[in-house]
Ligand binder design. Structure first.
Ligand code: FES
Length: 193
């Protein structure tokens, strides 16, 4: 008997839809009913997790409908203000280079250039294998160890995504043969533990 294609199973889609509705209800229950808009950040966070690390416009429109505000008022403003919300698709590992002055003075542009060249993408493009994308984040609060990068890891799904921060990075440390990028690529395709 052929195995059911779970990714395209209508019953599973329906169950996931019901589950998401319950989570949305639970989030809204934390706020007075006349202040539904206060739930905008947790709802954007939930939607981003459900979409593999980014927020399509359709998700923001749906959130605006649920919290009864105009999309531009809360969703667009919040999503464009907080750099942890992504407006375009990102890779399983989204590499964020600090773009604030102390890190720039200490060479963060060279780090970004090395990453883009090594991966063969432009900023905010995803590599063909879907593993990596490169973006920018403002000050990560560790300027004393500039330049900094953060790696947002969406490989563990909606419940387990992580942000890891790396200090004193150099182009060699991130893109060399034993650099962080190749280590993550190897661990993702199973060629190394
Ligand atoms: S400027 Fe990069 S961590 Fe503060």
């Amino acid at each position: 008997m052929a195995l059911m294609d779970l990714e395209h199973c209508p019953l599973l889609d329906e169950l996931m839809h019901d589950l998401h509705q319950l989570v949305v209800k639970e989030i809204l229950s934390h706020y007075p009913s006349n202040y539904k808009q206060s739930a905008v950040i947790p709802l954007l966070d939930l939607a981003q997790q459900q979409h593999g690390g980014w927020l399509p416009v359709s998700a923001m429109n749906e959130i605006a409908r649920v919290i009864e505000v105009a999309p531009i008022r809360a969703c667009m403003k919040s999503q464009t203000f907080y750099s942890m919300f992504n407006r375009t698709k990102v890779g399983k590992y989204h590499l964020l280079v600090c773009g604030t002055t102390p890190c720039m003075i200490r060479g963060s542009r060279d780090i970004e250039d090395a990453l883009l060249k090594h991966l063969g993408v432009k900023r905010n493009e995803v590599t063909k294998d879907g593993l990596f994308s490169v973006g920018e984040m403002e000050c990560m609060g560790c300027c004393v160890n500039a330049p900094m990068i953060a790696v947002a890891d969406y490989s563990k799904g909606s419940e387990g995504y992580t942000y890891n921060y790396y200090e004193d990075v150099t182009p060699k440390r991130v893109v060399g043969d034993s650099g962080d990028v190749e280590k993550r690529r190897s661990s993702s395709d199973g060629t190394k533990p």
